[in-house]
Design a protein around this ligand. Sequence first.
Ligand code: ZN
Length: 415
Amino acid sequence: MKLGKFSIGLGDRFSHQGVAQLRAIVKANQSGLDICPVWNKSNREHIYVHSHPADVRKEADAAVAKLGFVGKYFVDADHINLSTVAPFVATADFFTLDVASFIGKESSPEDVNAFVASCANYIGDLKVPGIGHPLVVTDELLRKIASKFLAATKQAAEIYTFLKEEKGAENFVTEVSMDEVESPQTPVELLFILKMLADKGVPVQTIAPKFTGRFNKGVDYTGDLDQFAKEFEEDVLVLDYCVKEFGLPAEIKLSVHSGSDKFSIYPIMAAVILKHDKGLHVKTAGTTWLEEVIGLAVAGGDGLVLAKQIYANSLGRKDELCAPYADVIDIDESKLPSVVEVNSWSSDKFANTLRHIPGHPDYNPNFRQLIHVAYKVAAELGVTYTSLLDKYADVVGACVEENIYDRHLKRLFNL
Ligand SMILES: [Zn+2]
């Protein structure tokens, strides 16, 4: 099964926005693109909102049927490992093998030696076409890379083998993710990680490295844009090299996780993939949930009341809600408005504070990040929350569509 050249990962915490999300893709594809939607949900999200992997398949199929979408689409078992994959097997056809926790785990000296020996040809100045400087490969570097990544790639191979037996090799797309770690992988590390995956027969179609800089949830990228641009382009060229050198799938591409809202790097990525005629997968998850809260606020009345209640609850439980996301949010507590203040806000003021329009005088990224991690609060509200999503489906859906199309796809694909 082959993923298309351009694909976007869509997350939908409460399974109400599949059609609105797909409308955004359809709109983008009307200008000649062929973007594949991939509905993704991780085990952690399923636990928080009490949903089941089969629900994501149902939602995706229903959205596709409703809009008569004829392109390819997928359902991604996001960030699974051997202990969490089982419930996803029947209904997912895209699997993100998360091996980050195996990075740095010890491998046997025999395995390390065998890997280093298999790289003899690459020792010295390794020239990757398109990269202006040689990658300096030494025996020492190879040993370092092996001790860091061999166990992780072995784990990827084990999960892949399990899935191959369960589903058949032709029936799913394989992504390997290493993004949820502290230090970014360098292009030369990526090159040898891909060699390891190729050696072990993992037909990886997308790989999610940890990039340089911060990818905080729901807000823009922070980091050195020049450095990001350099690394991103080198990564793309490394992928190309690995296809030719190691026989990886020709369509292999980078997957950018926590990819929603990273507006300042979208033009950089767009330029690089255009320049090298490459594909891209951008994974988003929580940005749609934020649009639900914005939509409820815009709807006014009981919608606005509930949006304010969600904020009040979130502020009261800030530490608990932020704890699991400590590495991927940066909230300045002194910039969070009080509950009393927020309760006095109009629909517009609430929506403008939450909506991601950099430079808008009301936009508050601290407020936004807190709501981002607070979907558990809405999950606990149960039907009180989802019945308002139904009641204001038109307003909320319009917000979801506008966010994906206008703020994301237009910037990513130069529309
Ligand atoms: Zn990820």
